[in-house]
Design a protein around this ligand. Structure first.
Ligand SMILES: [Ca+2]
Length: 355
């Protein structure tokens, strides 16, 4: 229809030129679409469409929390379990506490939603130290990293409320960051973990009247951290990186610590959702418990501090996108070659008429 209205019957070369233009336009639109859809969409689950896994979730009134053999969550240190929250530390100096899922997680793709509350009497900058959310090989190993062991094996998300590094004034606190460790790297408290972080963001999470949430999604090698702390009931992207490898069979946990400064560090809930994601037969046949935690970065974590967003992305174009781009290029070349040939032929004929 469009060709008819635009006078495609006027002459054959004119028609072909229009077709060529149209094909270029369509290909450009397709390329734009591919590039637009390509990077991450913030489609973190709302918790309804996916599957809640109760054996990995911690919810009110916290039944099954304790030291009995059948309990699914175990706790340590200053942790206090009430009917409406799990307090990892009270607002007192030098406290450490943690809570750990006793059931290893064998899901390949998952999303953890953490509702938490950090509050205390300390004025601005006079409170600390923060909460860490863990997915690690070991559980219940107390230590200096927000109440958990250093040189851990697995993933940690730090909600750091106290600025230790007075040189790092380019970011405001509280600061949320992620770290993947194979057991070889120490967390540097003095630098607030900057040298080993994969990315991060600032978030006003302390002494809020409303609920504050954190979501950690791990799917197909992609780690995404989202926050919902402004009482708008919407997720905001904090970290999103590809090339992250984590095994199955690790444990979820949360820990917190206070030092000279303190806060109440409360976990209200931790809800784990299974994500329904298809894997290739090769991926399915892998022994996922044997994977060593790692991140294949395009640049080292240290370089990441130059990125004002704190994020960087490293996912290459997937097969079908490359195919579409090549198809477009080929189509464009063929159409333009045909047009060129026809125009050349017409000119030859016209030249013959003149001479
Ligand atoms: Ca700190």
């Amino acid at each position: 229809m469009a060709f008819r209205e635009e006078g495609c019957y006027e002459s054959f070369p004119g028609c072909l030129i229009k077709m060529c233009r149209l094909s270029v336009f369509l290909c450009s639109a397709l390329v734009l679409l591919v590039l637009e859809v390509g990077p991450v969409r913030c489609d973190i689950t709302d918790g309804n469409a996916e599957h809640l896994k109760r054996e990995h979730s911690l919810m009110k009134p916290y039944q099954g929390v304790g030291s009995s053999p059948s309990s699914q969550w175990d706790f340590w240190g200053s942790t206090l379990v009430t009917g409406s929250y799990v307090r990892l530390t009270p607002d007192e100096r030098s406290k450490q506490g943690s809570i750990w899922n006793t059931v290893p997680c064998y899901l390949k793709d998952w999303e953890m939603h953490v509702q938490f509350k950090v509050h205390g009497s300390g004025k601005k900058n006079l409170h600390g130290d923060g909460i860490a959310i863990w997915y690690t090989k070991d559980r219940l190993h107390p230590g200096p990293v927000f109440g958990n062991q250093d040189q851990f094996v697995g993933l940690s998300i730090f909600v750091d409320t106290f600025r230790n590094d007075l040189h790092g004034m380019d970011r405001s606190f509280p600061y949320i960051s992620a770290m993947v460790n194979n057991g070889s790297v120490s967390y540097d408290h003095g630098k607030d973990g900057r040298s080993s972080e994969l990315g991060g963001c600032s978030a006003e999470i302390r002494n809020r009247d409303h609920d504050t949430y954190l979501a950690v999604r791990y799917s197909k090698g992609r780690l995404t951290i989202m926050v919902d702390v402004d009482d708008k009931n919407e997720w905001k992207e904090c970290i999103d990186i590809g090339g992250v490898r984590l095994p199955t069979g690790y444990f979820f946990g949360a820990s917190a610590a206070t030092g000279d400064l303190s806060d109440n560090h409360d976990i209200i809930s931790m809800k784990l959702y299974q994500l329904m994601v298809e894997h290739t037969p090769e991926e399915e046949n892998l022994d996922w418990t044997k994977i060593e935690p790692s991140v294949s970065l395009l640049k080292s974590p240290k370089d990441n501090i130059d990125d004002p967003t704190g994020n960087f992305r490293g996912t290459p174009l997937t097969g079908w996108k490359v195919f579409l781009l090549l198809l477009c290029a080929l189509l464009g070349i063929v159409v333009c070659a045909v047009v060129g040939a026809v125009v050349f032929q017409k000119r030859q004929e016209r030249n013959k008429r003149f001479y």
